[in-house]
Write a protein that binds this ligand. Sequence first.
Ligand code: ATP
Ligand code: MG
Ligand code: MG
Length: 406
Amino acid sequence: QVNECDDMFLLNEIMPSRSHSRASSNVRVLGGGQLGRMLVEAASRLNIGVVILDIPEDAPAKQIQANYPHISGDFKDPEKIKELAKSVDILTIEIEHVNANALEEIKKETNIAIHPSPTSISLIQDKYAQKIHLSKHNVPVVDFIEVPTQNHIYPAAQKFGYPLMLKSKTMAYDGRGNYVVKSENDIDQAISFLGNFKTPLYAERWAPFKKELAVIVVKSINEQLESYPIVETVHKNNICHLVIAPAQVNGAVLDEAKKVAESAIKTLSGAGVYCVEMFLMDEGKIFVNEIAPRPHNSGHYTIEACETSQYENHLRAILNLPLGSTALKVPVSAMVNILGLSSNLEETLRPAALALTIPGATVHLYGKKECRKGRKMGHITIVANCIPELYKRLTPIIRAIDENDA
Ligand code: ATP
Ligand code: MG
Ligand code: MG
């Protein structure tokens, strides 16, 4: 007689080949940062084993499944990627700056499933190629133009005016590949900041947005899309600082943002979650800023605020399990990042200590040993029954972060 209330029985029935004993042949992830850590958290609840490839032995994602055969190495190293791909069902990523060519080769030589597809990863790695792709598929993006040499900046500025956004095509994150050129006098400094063309550049027309919006979209193996609520994101020094879910905009804007985001994700191959970052313009027009082919900072709030987190739905999608509901299970939610102030971890974590005293707040710390200025060390999610209650809970935390920053 089988006890149907036995969790192990149920899980093994649902996922017969995914019990703990065979964990090392389950999901393998390129990258072991905080996104990988939260993926492992979701995986462990479902008896899904996760093996991580990243350089540090104590990478945030490795720490919490410490007895797994993780690999120490670079997610750009083809040999290490091959080692990760040995006797495995599914490969995925938690960072897009991996060696996409190595993944493409593995895909050709083996029948390992790779999600998202190496083609999607390499397209997204190059923001200029990404913009060409999106505009070819009629997804609205701001005007952009290639800038192969310094001489190409002047006609670009003439066309788009100042301020002009100069961007690195590749290896860009947290705004490190961006420079706002306010006048011709800034051009030399912009070029030197962006590495003197060692990584290729392009320019974008400045978008005087009213708000920035973002949405996590899940794509199942058979290409079914499910969107999470549209959220509002506020950036500080180009880094995501605050997320409000749902975005406080009218229904027509929510519908349009969802339509635009899904039209973008339809053009990409491979299952899993994607994030679409967008600009909301004054007249209600939406532009896609960029896509991330993985769980995203603007979706951390889904852990506490949605029926299924972005991390769990990423796993469900790539493992061909039923997708979970993306609906909010609380009326409103917010997320704030805790960025390193200096090498002083205690000082950096002061807002997190305060959050422990606030109802509806959940603290996530990433286990990073070294605290550095601007480094993502953790985040706080707040849930509430209405916007005034959310702001009441959020305000002291934001104030503590601002005081820390001052
Ligand atoms: P991420 O860490 O999200 O990958 P990133 O380094 O790829 O960031 P972007 O997303 O391109 O950088 O830009 C960072 C921020 O800079 C945007 O969220 C937005 O606030 C601002 N920004 C980017 N492009 C423009 C633009 N064309 N006009 C105005 N602001 C912009
Ligand atoms: Mg980016
Ligand atoms: Mg971005």
